[in-house]
Design a protein around this ligand. Structure first.
Ligand code: SAM
Ligand code: SF4
Length: 333
């Protein structure tokens, strides 16, 4: 369906949990956050129902995220349930990759279309520091296992931090040169704990890679469901992508809404605006009521975020769009 600005909304990011087995420094405090009690988290049947009604409104692609989606028991079964919904063309996953190796066969056999694996650094010590205890070897085992499936899309996502050595980003880019995965660099967004960290811009990383690998050309074809701009570097088997939400706003092309693990339909990363679908689901609403609520909300999706602008400092100017107070793991990044 289209929103009030004529944008086609066909993509929903579905958070299946706010819990995580890592504590990335820009995403979660060391002791974790106060997790939502299990009974407040949508069941798989409830998630599938929202996706089915969403599909009737034109949602065709679902991304499972969290928290860490693979800590939720039985996630491959959810993939299978969503793939059976008429109109759902793609079910994909974003994961930190630590538990991927043990689950990839079942995920793929249930129809997973592609996986994004977050790796901010390949250096074991730095990885341990950034994730507060994670082991990058587990992630690389997951990446290798995923890359072995020829029909599974595999991408690596990195959020580059100001102050980290540039060599790290060159090493990560080599994964694309070797053909293991498309590698995407995502600008740090001022959300949750991310507000306290400075990231590197897409342009900084691109010029660093250009010095090392030569001049790239822009890949014009459509790759994936998001706003990444892809570059093809000389001799690379796969692409390098840049998601530069802060330095180059792409809200005019936004195609997505989000469903939090608690069943809140969220319209834009930066604002709280949305609606509590769990109240409808558990209050006996029929599908038409659910569909009407989703349709009403999607229609009034805000025009754009205000990251990095003077307006961000004065939320009073934002009318009904209240600033999101949850961190990325609670929203479903
Ligand atoms: N746990 C999974 C993972 O790490 O991929 C899925 C959820 S995590 C919130 C999804 C992505 O959001 C990760 O790639 C993470 O690096 C990114 N992220 C978290 N906080 C961010 C921020 N403030 N700005 C940009 N990306 C952020
Ligand atoms: Fe967990 Fe992903 Fe947040 Fe890291 S970025 S703490 S892996 S939810």
């Amino acid at each position: 369906m289209k929103d009030q600005f004529g944008r086609t909304i066909d993509y929903m990011r579905v958070s299946v949990t706010d819990r995580c087995n890592l504590r990335c420094i820009y995403c979660m405090p060391p002791g974790g956050v106060a997790f939502v009690p299990h009974e407040e988290i949508l069941t798989f049947d409830e998630i599938a129902r929202v996706c089915r009604v969403g599909a009737e409104l034109g949602i065709a692609k679902i991304k499972l995220t969290g928290g860490e989606p693979l800590v939720r028991k039985g996630l491959p079964q959810l993939v299978g349930m969503l793939k059976e919904i008429p109109g759902i063309e793609q079910v994909t996953l974003t994961t930190n990759g630590t538990l991927l190796r043990g689950q990839i066969n079942e995920l793929v056999s249930n129809g997973l279309d592609s996986v994004n694996i977050s790796i901010d650094t390949l250096d074991a010590e730095q990885y341990r520091e950034v994730t507060r205890g994670g082991n990058v070897r587990d992630v690389l085992a997951g990446l290798d296992a995923a890359a072995a499936f020829p029909n599974l899309g595999v991408k690596v996502n990195c959020v580059p931090l100001q102050g980290a050595g540039n060599g790290e980003y060159i090493r990560l880019a080599l994964l694309a040169k070797e053909g293991k995965a498309d590698v995407r660099f995502i600008e740090m967004m001022p959300i949750g704990m991310g507000k306290d960290f400075a990231g590197k811009s897409g342009e900084e990383i691109c010029s660093l890679l250009e010095d090392e690998f030569g001049t790239p050309y822009r890949h014009e074809g459509v790759l994936g469901n998001g706003p990444a701009v892809y570059m093809q570097f000389p001799g690379f088997k796969k692409r390098i992508g840049f998601i530069s939400a802060v330095s180059h706003q792409f809200c005019d092309r936004c195609n997505r809404v989000r469903l939090t693990s608690e069943g809140y339909l969220k319209l834009c990363l930066q604002y709280e605006s949305g609606t509590d679908l769990k109240a409808l689901l558990r209050g006996g609403a029929i599908d038409k009521e659910l569909r009407d609520a989703m349709e009403r909300m999607i229609t009034v999706k805000p025009a754009c975020h205000q990251f990095g602008t003077a307006k961000e400092e004065s939320p009073a100017d934002w009318g009904n769009n209240h600033l999101e107070t949850k961190g990325m793991s609670g929203i479903g990044g």
